[in-house]
Design a protein around this ligand. Structure first.
Ligand code: PMP
Length: 430
């Protein structure tokens, strides 16, 4: 096949991958990873806050002492030891009495999403999701050839009346609601206690399944974190989470807590997909939870992120041009900003990179081309002084754009675009 071009393959692609196109944003992110650029774009936890020497020693043990199992194939559902630990972790979030039997270990939260999609979505099916929503979920739903209908949020999370309207508007065709109720990615907002009950009632009334994605619930900064939806209803709710943000994303270990009746199908779908999750990674997470002070580590992550969140909110308040607004997250990794009228976050991206700052344009988080007046800003990875410098650079670019527009009118047309999955830019943006 030497000498073949991309065109030679085009007609052969399966329909589900035809919509996957590389975006110009991908190229920009290659530049954004240079050290001189302050990247507010990623979704990376601050791994340097882990006790890396102790983790290293623990990993040695996983290889040297536990190698006969940790380097071997395992069972599709994941080891019983890890599933028991996962049940204890979930207890801490308020999900009590879950059985390890109903837990399926996955390759990160991403495979958990993929499994739910494999289980329930046929081409043309409808998924309801917050607008904006997690870019990687949009990629999964697009690969399943499903259509995403967004449901509006405000500072209190998903708006129940908008959910009901969306369910009715889809004429019962929606398969499930995909929601990130706590410290949402990308919006940083949290569904209130009251709305949690309302959302569950509405879904129950309309027979709609709920896929609750909860990578951030343990990363709270202040106040009580509302209990997950799954802590309130056992049936009809799939609970997805991951160790990526509370321990380490490099191990790629996540899980699904599924209604009992579905668990067997989930395991079969996972086996068809990956045979079994990595035994080594599972051993590492099990050792971490069994032998290391992981609750203390959670506290460390929370304190670091709270300081960084504060640095970002202070910098936004001090430096952003008038007409810019943003969310105030009580946990998680992200602030969602709305920029002044007339600015286009996607069109502005090359100029921001030239000014050595990166963010994610809002369009990546919608399936319908909206989001040009939004951007996602990450505060977990850069230290506070870099966050402030990044916001200073970003504010400078926005001021410049506004000044240009005041003189010449819009310099770049507002662009509408196709499916957001075209922007799915891979791990940089987790
Ligand atoms: N769901 C959400 C809402 C996320 O933000 C992420 C990662 N950023 C994932 C799932 C995927 O998690 P993982 O890295 O464990 O695959």
């Amino acid at each position: 096949m030497t000498g073949t071009t991309q065109d030679d393959y085009t007609d052969r692609y399966a329909r589900r991958v035809r919509g996957m196109t590389t975006s110009e944003i991908r190229a920009l992110f290659a530049v954004a990873s240079r050290p001189e650029v302050v990247s507010l774009a990623g979704g990376q936890p601050y791994i340097a806050a882990l006790p890396l020497d102790a983790v290293g020693e623990m990993m040695n043990k996983v290889g040297a002492d536990l190698g006969t199992t940790s380097l071997q194939y395992g069972i599709g559902q994941g080891t019983i030891e890890l599933r028991e630990h996962i049940c204890q972790v979930m207890e801490l979030s308020g999900i009590t009495g879950a059985s390890p039997d109903d837990v399926v270990v996955t390759v990160g939260g991403q495979q958990a999403l993929d499994l739910v999609a494999r289980l329930f979505l046929d081409p043309g099916d409808v998924v309801l999701a917050e607008g904006p929503t997690y870019v990687g979920a949009l990629g999964v739903f697009q690969a399943a050839q499903a259509q995403v209908r967004h449901v509006a949020m405000d500072a209190d999370g998903l708006i129940p009346a908008a959910l009901e309207e969306a369910i009715v508007a889809t004429g019962g065709r929606a398969k499930f609601l995909y929601t990130i109720p706590t410290y949402q990615n990308p919006a940083g907002v949290t569904l209130t206690e009251e709305r949690r009950e309302q959302v569950l009632d509405i879904c129950e009334r309309h027979g709609l399944l709920v896929v609750e994605d909860d990578p951030y619930g343990m990363l709270s900064f202040e106040g009580e974190t509302p209990r997950p939806l799954r802590a309130r209803r056992r049936e009809g709710v799939f609970y997805l989470s991951t160790f990526s943000k509370t321990f380490a994303p490099g191990l790629r270990v996540g899980w699904i807590l599924a209604p009992h009746a579905v668990r067997e199908k989930l395991v079969m779908a996972s086996e068809a997909n990956i045979l079994c999750p990595s035994a080594f990674a599972q051993s590492a997470v099990t050792q971490y939870l069994a032998t290391m002070p992981w609750r203390e580590q959670l506290k460390t992550y929370r304190e670091i992120y709270r300081d960084r969140r504060d640095a970002m909110l202070d910098a936004l308040r001090d430096l952003m041009p008038a007409g810019t607004t943003w969310t105030r997250p009580n946990g998680g990794l992200f602030v969602w900003a709305t920029i002044p009228d007339g600015l286009d976050s996607k069109a502005m991206m090359p100029r921001a990179i030239a000014a050595r700052v990166a963010y994610v344009p809002g369009t990546g988080f919608y399936a319908d081309g909206t989001g040009t007046s939004n951007m996602r800003l990450n505060f977990s990875f850069p230290p506070p002084d870099r966050i402030r410098e990044g916001i200073r650079r970003l504010a400078g670019v926005m001021e410049q754009e506004l000044a240009l527009r005041a003189v010449f009118g819009p310099t770049t047309p507002q662009r509408r675009r196709g499916p957001a999955a075209a922007d799915t830019p891979g791990p940089d943006l987790a």
